[in-house]
Design a protein around this ligand. Structure first.
Ligand SMILES: Nc1ncnc2c1ncn2[C@@H]1O[C@H](COP(=O)(O)OP(=O)(O)O)[C@@H](O)[C@H]1O
Ligand SMILES: [Mg+2]
Length: 165
């Protein structure tokens, strides 16, 4: 069976929690394990955060809640789009922004690489997406935007643990 959903929302930090919960809710019919849900939420969170803070450079609300430094109050207009397709128990997630794009995708995907060290970022966003999902592809055009495509097969841990019914 195939099932699809799409959401488009403002590129502001306030929507990060909404985005990861929306995707988690979309797969809930498949009875994912807590671990699978945590993996999906982390990957979505990292991709959406990247679109907001790197793609559109919207730093308002980023960091400690209620303690946003004045220089982070800039808000650029922009939307983030998440498209999810479930093909049986395989989840495809696409996170798209029309932000500034990435000059060198290969370099950006290296663990610990970050262009915003001043934000105390770990540079591990892409590494986490890669670790928690089965497949990760990043397409980006400077000045046009970025598409992050991730895939995860659900229900795998059930048969590894011998709990499949
Ligand atoms: N959607 C995006 N738009 C523009 N640049 C991005 C985007 N996603 C990632 N990047 C670039 O890739 C780098 C690495 O991303 P990531 O691994 O998540 O580390 P971090 O977010 O901690 O910097 C970022 O510092 C940024 O330069
Ligand atoms: Mg990141």
């Amino acid at each position: 069976m195939e099932n699809e959903m799409e959401i488009i929302f403002d590129a502001v930090s306030d929507n990060e929690a909404f985005a990861r919960v929306a995707v988690a809710a979309f797969v809930s019919n498949l009875n994912p394990t807590m671990e699978e849900l945590a993996d999906i939420k982390t990957a979505v969170s990292e991709a959406v955060t990247n679109s907001i803070i790197h793609g559109y450079e919207n730093l308002y609300g980023y960091g400690r809640p209620g303690r946003c430094p004045a220089d982070r109050k800039k808000t650029n207009e922009g939307k983030v789009r998440i498209r999810c397709v479930l093909e049986d128990d395989v989840l495809h997630i696409q996170v798209t922004d029309k932000g500034k794009g990435i000059e060198n995708v290969e370099q950006a995907m290296e663990p610990l690489y970050t262009t915003k060290p001043e934000l105390e970022r770990s540079g591990m966003g892409f590494a986490f997406m890669e670790a928690f999902m089965d497949d990760l592809e990043v397409e980006s055009t400077p000045g046009e935007g970025t598409v992050v495509s991730m895939t995860k097969k659900l229900g795998v841990s059930a048969w590894i643990d011998g709990k499949e019914q």
